[in-house]
Design a protein around this ligand. Structure first.
Ligand code: IMP
Length: 455
């Protein structure tokens, strides 16, 4: 029985995040809206830790919590229950979108979505001083916000709608005050990140409650029970785009500890976020996004495929490889097929999107790691374990490069030389995914859609 839900697509980071998903989702929504007059864009994981960049008319917008479809008139963006949301950052993002594009984003927030507040950011910062586990975080309070769910005391969006909301938030503040004081710090004096103001002090309970009170006024109109909205649309033919944050390589189960995030960046997270309405196996296109000619990563993880620093520095500068959220310089690796194929398998991908095709230098062959071997030369798999990876040795194959500057911003397959096409075919066959889309530069229009974009 073929139970594929037509007109549905999920976009997932195929590596360690920062693959260029923002632009890809924006383009997919654009293509869809030109054919249909409606699209639902559903984000199911993460929060302010994400940084999805979309460039429009020379303006660069970085979205963190709001799906990248927000820049498309006619799109409805749903912020799902699998996310964690910081209300202050959300308001800044909405203002940013309005100031830059004059688009009144149509967003709906699942009332069940947990909140990630300044208290969580402060707790993360205190932990960071004490132990390594917090060292790699983006400082957006993501892990503590999800931990509140595990501890069975999350604050959810719908708590903001309650008459007695203040009591709940005060109780929450006092809990975190005590947790943080146990770690030797003062919650009120702790500095945390804020999208609009850079770094701010959390302040005392009154200030915390006043801030929430102001934010509440601005966001309660977006908070809804989304169950029927998702169900009715999913049972119709309305196009759905599921936008993932982070990447499969950052998944708690499939990533390398400690550089992992807490939420589920794979399509299986869609199943739980939609409370079982959307079975990801029925999504028509499950696309993993990869950088075409190299792989980037942030954190302590060391893959066997580290690139020599000279080329890495060149790529870092040319492709602006600095975290969209944290501004941290990213590590640069050769394309690591054992890792990328593993991520494709565990995330049940069907298609691939290759970004950054313009990052290739005519004089430098593209080195791709095709397999790992042990010290006796026996083939071994990728495993999400740093101790194991420390002993894996990469085997490389070199590919004829092309002049990236010549294909920058190309929008047509015919602009690509045979060596580019051969390379794409090789990646597609090796990872066993059909090519869906290619991107040739950061600008919105620098995209080549393949025939596989079925919509
Ligand atoms: P957290 O998500 O802030 O808890 O950070 C945990 C780990 O995931 C860290 O290594 C972060 O650098 C990484 N991370 C979280 N979000 C992103 C992202 O959107 N892109 C890339 N790395 C991320």
């Amino acid at each position: 029985m073929n139970n594929t839900r037509l007109n549905s697509i999920s976009v997932v980071g195929g590596a360690f995040g920062d693959e260029g998903k923002g632009k890809v989702v924006d383009e997919i929504c654009h293509t869809i809206i030109n054919r249909f007059d409606k699209v639902l864009v559903y984000r199911w994981n993460g929060g302010s830790n994400a940084g999805h960049t979309v460039e429009t008319q020379n303006k660069k917008l970085v979205l963190h919590q709001i799906p990248s479809g927000a820049l498309i008139e006619g799109a409805t963006c749903i912020l799902g229950k699998g996310m964690v949301i910081h209300p202050g950052d959300l308001i800044s993002e909405l203002e940013d979108i309005w100031n830059n594009s004059k688009i009144n984003t149509d967003i709906v927030i699942d009332e069940m979505t947990p909140l990630a507040l300044d208290t969580h950011r402060a707790f993360e910062s205190s932990l960071k001083k004490r132990e390594e586990g917090g060292a790699g975080s983006t400082g957006r309070g993501i892990a503590p916000a999800y931990a509140d769910v595990v501890y069975r005391h999350p604050l959810r969006m719908r708590d903001l709608l309650e008459k007695s909301w203040k009591e709940k938030f005060e109780k929450h503040y006092l809990l975190y005050r005590d947790l943080i004081s146990g770690l030797g710090d003062d919650l009120s004096e702790t500095q945390v990140n804020s999208l609009s103001a850079g770094v701010v002090e959390v302040g005392n309970k009154t200030k915390f409650i006043n801030n929430i009170s102001e934010q509440r006024e601005q966001i309660i109109k977006y908070i809804k029970n989304v169950y029927n909205l998702v169900k009715e649309n999913w049972n119709s033919k309305v196009p759905f785009v599921f936008e993932g944050a982070q990447g499969v390589g950052l998944d708690l189960r499939w990533g390398v500890y400690p550089d992992v995030t807490v939420s589920d960046p794979t399509p299986s997270g869609i199943f739980s976020s939609t409370e079982g309405i959307v079975n990801p196996e029925t999504i028509e296109i499950r696309a993993n996004v990869y950088k075409a000619t190299y792989t980037s990563s942030v954190g302590k993880r060391v893959l066997p495929t580290k690139m020599a620093e000279e080329l890495a520095t060149r790529i870092r500068e040319d492709a602006n490889e600095y975290g969209a959220t944290t501004k941290r310089p990213r590590d640069i690796y050769h394309v690591d097929l054992p890792a990328l194929s593993y991520f494709a398998k565990v995330s049940m991908a069907t298609h691939m999107v290759l970004t950054h095709l313009d990052i290739s230098y005519p004089d430098i062959p593209i080195k791709v790691c095709t397999q790992y071997v042990d010290k006796k030369g026996r083939a071994i798999d990728y495993r999400p374990d740093q101790l194991f990876l420390n002993h894996a040795l990469p085997v490389y194959e070199s590919f004829k490069p092309w002049d990236g500057s010549k294909i920058k911003n190309s929008t047509n397959m015919s602009c690509l030389s045979p060596s580019v096409k051969k390379y794409i075919k090789f990646l597609s066959q090796s990872i066993n995914l059909l090519p869906l889309m290619l991107t040739t530069g950061p600008k919105r229009e620098s995209v080549i859609n393949s025939n596989y974009l079925l919509f």
